[in-house]
Write a protein that binds this ligand. Structure first.
Ligand code: NDP
Length: 444
């Protein structure tokens, strides 16, 4: 049995019933064979055995009282996966689907993603099976306060710095930060994605969506194409999707469809971003609402059918495994020439293989959506300096980081004989930095 297969077997045995975690590890390990041939010292130092095992995983009870006085109990998680190159860093997800498999897949991805940014941040992730949808502000606040009461024991500005993810935006980060400050009596940059009035960074809100489009723009330009004049389909209508829409439009593309977990809206003349922002960011309602007062937008029930729409570029920005083999086949048949992963692992392994076989330009999540965590690291720097950079300064840094990630991944792919394969390039470039640090720091 090959060494890599042995590692994969251990991962499956030790983490039964965790398909998303297996998928994320498998996708990385299959790329590493040539790296291990070139660097036998990584095998000797047990880097693979160690990198697939979290340094620590915390699971805790989160009791809270709803507006009717009823006691509810949710489950909280934090995985502190790898701190070889910096303090643990990664978002918190509040969604009913959250379980150890989801948290570990996201935490594992985060190790290599954070490495690719070139900034000193390790990998972590957390969240809860709490569903903020339909809850009042007060219920969300009480939940966040209870969640932080336990989480605060394990995090800190130089230990572990959580941020947002699905279901965790500015409102939740504000409540979490307020409770941490109260519990610890310490004003520190322990969370990122904070409000601008209390240590947040300009561009953090826009960063993942903007970064995705900066990365894809490099990839598309390198292949003689452009966003200009392209029809773009974006799934989701949350933080990543909204700001991807904004940047695509700035670059001359037209976003013709967006979705939420109930359905999608289609408008061949371009989705009105303002209406999406009002409905999703302010009113916290369903995307269907965006079609009600529009003469051109139409609503369709069922979110997965969004991939039936003919487009040039697809940006999945909702959730994991939303593009399977069938969806990939439809996109390819309809002439889609580029796919950029705004969400984490939105394409199944089968879908990615199909895109690559059919020469669809493919931007994998750990490279393409690294702009959010990169800007979070810039927020940490500004907090440490007690200083704030301008929008233009942060945006320029973000753009340069995304260009660097593209160059690093392209270079690694070329060096290992698979020029143009961003999946292999990103995995290898991200892995080598972490592996070097793990070897240097001994068996810990
Ligand atoms: P938000 O909560 O702001 O938005 C999520 C969007 O995706 C919503 O439109 C939501 O619809 C939809 N969605 C969520 N779950 C599902 C599902 N199971 N099926 C269909 N649609 C779904 O999250 P973000 O925009 O922050 O995150 C989106 C993705 O991007 C996630 O994969 C996240 O891990 C990734 N990401 C986010 C970063 C960030 O900075 N925010 C950084 C890097 C990656 P509905 O409202 O109906 O639930």
């Amino acid at each position: 049995m090959s060494y890599i297969k042995e590692i994969m077997d251990v991962v499956q045995r030790r983490n039964p019933n965790e398909p998303e975690f297996h998928q994320a590890v498998d996708e990385v390990l299959v790329c590493l064979e040539p790296v291990l041939e070139k660097h036998p010292e990584y095998i000797k130092a047990g880097v693979l055995e160690r990198i697939v095992e979290p340094e620590r995983m915390i699971m805790f009870r989160v009791p809270w009282i709803d507006d009717k006085g009823k006691i509810n109990v949710n489950r909280g998680f934090r995985v502190q996966f790898n701190s070889a190159i910096g303090p643990y860093k990664g978002g918190l997800r509040f969604h009913p689907s959250v379980n150890p498999s989801i948290i570990k897949f996201l935490g594992f991805e985060q190790i290599l993603k954070n490495s690719l940014t070139g900034l000193p941040i390790g990998g972590g992730k957390g969240g809860s099976d709490f569903d903020p949808k339909g809850k009042s502000d007060m219920e969300v606040m009480r939940f966040c306060q209870s969640f932080m009461t336990e989480l605060s024991k394990y995090i800190g500005a130089d230990i572990d710095v959580p941020a947002g993810d699905i279901g965790v935006g500015g409102r939740e980060i504000g409540y979490l930060f307020g409770m941490y400050k109260r519990l610890k009596n310490s004003y520190e940059g322990v969370l990122t994605g904070k409000g601008l009035e209390f240590g947040g960074s300009l561009v953090r809100t826009e960063a993942t969506g903007y970064g995705l489009v900066y990365f894809m723009d490099e990839l598309i330009k390198a292949n003689g194409k452009s966003f200009k004049g392209s029809k773009v389909v974006i799934s989701g209508s949350g933080n990543v999707a909204i700001y991807a829409h904004q940047k695509v439009t700035e670059l001359g593309g037209t976003v013709i469809a967006m979705s939420d977990s109930n359905g999608f809206i289609f408008d061949s003349s371009g989705i009105d971003l303002n209406s999406v922002k009002v409905v999703k960011e302010k009113e916290r309602k369903r995307i269907k609402e965006c079609s009600i007062n529009s003469s051109t937008a139409r609503y369709y029930e069922g979110c997965s059918n969004i991939w039936d729409i003919k487009c040039d570029i697809a940006l999945p920005c909702a959730t994991q495994n939303e593009i399977d083999e069938d969806a990939a086949k439809k996109l390819i048949k309809n002439g889609c020439f580029a796919v950029g992963e705004g969400a984490n692992m939105p394409c199944t392994i089968e879908a990615v293989n199909l895109f690559q076989k059919n020469s669809v330009l493919f931007g994998p999540a750990k490279a393409a959506n690294a702009g959010g965590v990169a800007t979070s690291a810039l927020e940490m720097s500004q907090n440490s300096m007690r200083y704030s950079w301008s929008f233009e300064e942060v945006d320029l840094r973000l753009k340069n980081i995304m260009i660097n990630i593209f160059n690093k991944a392209s270079q690694a792919a070329k060096e290992y004989g698979v020029a143009g394969n961003m999946v292999v390039g990103a995995n290898i470039a991200g892995f080598i930095k972490v592996a070097e640090a793990m070897v240097a720091q001994g068996i810990v």
